[in-house]
Design a protein around this ligand. Structure first.
Ligand SMILES: *Cc1c(COP(=O)(O)O)cnc(C)c1O
Length: 462
């Protein structure tokens, strides 16, 4: 059978040509928002998929409207855009982790749309260092002697080990061989850096004597990795950082720490008390510590390395330091975020991550009631429920924060996954919690200035 016959028999005639599709109104409207060539490519892809479906007998007719709507959806769903987080996970890695305050983003916009003194010393008129201001902020806030900022914490750990432990042994507890989402694994980073990892202890128990017994003439450091995204509970024992530092320094070794989530201090908030803090690490005498900028620190994606001058100098000279250095967008955001920390207790209101973490249940309930009132007729399907938010982003994995959930009961015959998809594809997208019988929206992570939009989205979808 030749191709032509095949086409007419299986309905290929029903598919309009690519050019005719590209001239349809629904498609030409997209040219304002998306590159024409990209639209064309997506149209081709969609038509190709439809051809296949016809061939396989899944479909026998194709409507122009269907092509337009699939192309639109594909394009709309693929580009980066803001979203409403109804999941209750404050540092949601898939939804962008920490959000920045408007104070921070307005600085970014202002500086990025102009030239700047990124690497220019305004006092001398000579070449300057991009990180000198951020380094002075970090020293003041944390008490560390010196610092360096890179692209993310994975890069920070790699740089720290490459610069300070290549060809040497680093001793780590078997209870701390962490894997972070996106394939960051302590043993693999260690081997990539050229350091040899010496594992000691067991999964649940590691004692100071285990570290001490493993020290050889080739040991250069003891390393502590914060088990940020899991907890080993029950019959457990670990070594406090302070004891590790005392042991290491007795043997003239260094202590490295991958602190992961990067909480500056606990602010007397009970929830945060079980999370190790940057300030405590420095106080304990750690030689080098690294953490993420966009977890509990509440800043942009970056990796921050703090520690003693002698080690930081080596880190800054390593070739990877240049390859991994922080970009200017993150640097501006980090400077502005760190400045917020200097305003004292008000930091809990000004820094979105800490603000969301400490929102009171009574206030969430009040917001929920106002939202329900505004919904109108479809209110019957909605109710407020008590539940728990989580910190997420590999921080405080066992902590649950009481919250208020907006619960949407399903209509008979309605699938929760369809409802969830409708919300995901609303403008802006709303991501919530899917349960068997209902769809839930945690109001803690819905920003208060998004309530209006939430009402609009709910009205349309219900
Ligand atoms: C999150 C985390 C990392 C990775 O940090 P990124 O900034 O995502 O690269 C590494 N180690 C620990 C312990 C972490 O929690």
């Amino acid at each position: 059978m030749n191709e032509e016959n095949c086409e007419s028999q299986s309905g290929f005639r029903a598919i309009p040509s690519i050019d005719s599709i590209l001239s349809l109104n629904g498609i030409t409207n997209l040219f304002d928002q998306f590159p024409r060539l990209l639209v064309k490519e997506v149209v081709k892809e969609v038509v190709e998929e439809m051809r296949k479906e016809i061939k396989e007998g899944i479909k026998n007719d194709i409507l122009q409207e269907e092509i337009i709507s699939i192309v639109k959806r594909k394009l709309n769903n693929s580009r980066l855009k803001r979203a409403i987080n109804g999941t209750g996970v404050i540092l949601h890695t898939n939804l962008g982790r920490a959000i920045l305050s408007k104070k921070v983003t307005s600085r970014v916009v202002e500086i990025l749309s102009h030239y700047s003194n990124l690497e220019f010393d305004l006092s001398t008129g000579e070449r300057g260092k991009r990180t000198s201001y951020v380094e002075s902020l970090l020293r003041k806030l944390t008490g560390a002697e010196d610092s360096y900022v890179v692209n993310n914490n994975a890069g920070a750990v790699l740089l720290m080990l490459s610069a300070l432990a290549k060809g040497k042994e680093v001793i780590v507890s078997r209870g701390e061989l962490v894997e972070i989402g996106g394939s960051f694994r302590v043993p693999e980073v260690m081997s990539q850096s050229g350091a040899s990892m010496i594992e000691v202890g067991t999964t649940n128990k590691t004692r100071l004597s285990d570290y001490e017994k493993a020290i050889t003439s080739n040991t250069t450091a003891l390393m502590k990795v914060h088990t940020s995204n899991y907890r080993i509970v029950g019959f457990t024992e670990g070594v406090p950082l302070k004891d590790l530092v005392d042991l290491a320094h007795r043997y003239n070794l260094a202590v490295f720490e991958d602190l992961g989530s990067g909480l500056l201090q606990d602010y007397g908030i009970p929830l945060l008390k079980e999370e190790p803090t940057i300030i405590d690490s420095i106080k304990s005498g750690v030689d080098v510590v690294s953490f993420s900028g966009d977890k509990l620190l509440g800043g942009p994606q970056c990796g921050i390395i703090l520690g003693k001058k002698e080690y930081l100098e080596k880190i800054k000279k390593h070739p990877l330091a240049r390859a991994l250095r922080v970009d200017k967008i993150s640097l501006i955001s980090l400077e502005a975020t760190l400045e917020i920390y200097f305003i004292g207790d008000k930091v809990l209101d000004e820094l979105p991550v800490l603000r969301l973490l400490t929102l009171k249940v009574e206030d969430l309930r009040k917001r929920g009631e106002i939202i329900l009132d505004r919904i109108g007729e479809n209110k019957k399907r909605l109710s407020l429920k008590e539940g728990f938010s989580t910190v997420g982003g590999g921080s405080l994995p066992t902590s649950k924060i009481p919250t208020i959930l907006l619960s949407i009961e399903l209509k008979s015959g309605e699938g929760v996954h369809n409802l969830s998809q409708t919300f995901r594809e609303s403008e802006p997208p709303l991501v919530g919690i899917v349960e068997e019988e209902r769809f839930l929206i945690d109001l803690r992570t819905v920003l208060s200035d998004e309530d209006e939009e939430l009402v609009r989205i709910l009205k349309v979808a219900l």
